[in-house]
Write a protein that binds this ligand. Structure first.
Ligand SMILES: [Zn+2]
Ligand SMILES: [Zn+2]
Length: 252
């Protein structure tokens, strides 16, 4: 088990470096001038923010590896059915797994996030994530250890009820990380035309989550804007703020 844990952890670190550290160096360090028109907040981050984000990211990586190790163990015991070969049990199963995962995760994120903003949960746990007022990609994993667990436990019911291939499982993890990166990159790459399209009316933007870091008590949703609209937690000027960012000028 120790050997498997080390492999999972090493893969997690490599994934973190590619998905979060690399965009940080590209957009925040190497070419900030090229993407300055896409920047959501003009204010510079506070000095201690990055070391704090990195420290909590490291503990999140350890907790994430332990959870993935437990998933491996539960799969070995036959409690989960993660099988080898994408489509080997039919593509319909993979498609269903994909849709179920994102619908469940999105709903789970909204409601667990609402809970994390209540009393003790906010003061002792979620406050860590909110120390990043202008988040960098490293904030994507900047969680108190309790929140690191909360942010991943939805995997257990999904995998229990939803058999899927190992390849789909990996794809879901990577796509979830990219979604997380989008909300914490500090830049909004969503084209205005996409936002104005039929799909855009359904979905959140990176600006949506960035505003959550600025104002805290609104915009709890992750992908589907409907949760915030339905439960009246959408910040009133979210759409206008997105337009303001887009009207700063063209990309490059
Ligand atoms: Zn966040
Ligand atoms: Zn929050």
């Amino acid at each position: 088990m120790t050997e498997i844990f080390i492999k999972i952890f090493a893969a997690g670190v490599i994934k973190y470096l590619i998905i979060f550290a690399l965009p940080y160096f590209i957009f925040w360090k190497l070419f900030p001038q090229k993407v300055k028109n896409l920047k959501i907040q003009a204010v510079e981050r506070q000095k201690p923010q990055i070391p704090l984000e990195l420290r909590y990211s490291f503990s999140t990586l350890i907790i994430q590896s332990l959870i993935f190790l437990s998933i491996y163990w539960l799969n070995e015991k036959g409690i989960f059915n993660i099988y080898a070969g994408f489509g080997s049990q039919g593509y319909l199963r993979e498609a269903a797994g994909f849709v179920i995962y994102f619908v469940v995760y999105d709903a789970y994120f909204y409601w667990s996030h609402r809970l994390l903003h209540e009393g003790w949960f906010y003061k002792k746990v979620h406050v860590v994530h909110h120390m990043s007022l202008n988040p960098t990609p490293f904030a994507s994993y900047s969680f108190h250890p309790i929140e690191a667990v909360v942010s991943l436990v939805y995997f257990y019911p999904v995998l229990y009820f939803c058999p899927m291939s190992f390849e789909l499982f990996l794809l879901l993890i990577v796509l979830t990380d990219f979604g997380n990166l989008a909300g914490h990159l500090g830049y909004d790459f969503i084209p205005k035309a996409m936002w104005k399209s039929k799909w855009g009316a359904w979905l959140t933007t990176p600006t949506h989550h960035n505003m959550h870091h600025q104002y805290s008590r609104s915009n709890f949703g992750l992908y589907w804007r409907g949760w915030d609209e339905m439960f009246k937690t959408l910040r009133s000027r979210t759409g206008q703020e997105f337009i303001r960012v887009k009207d700063q000028g063209d990309f490059l």
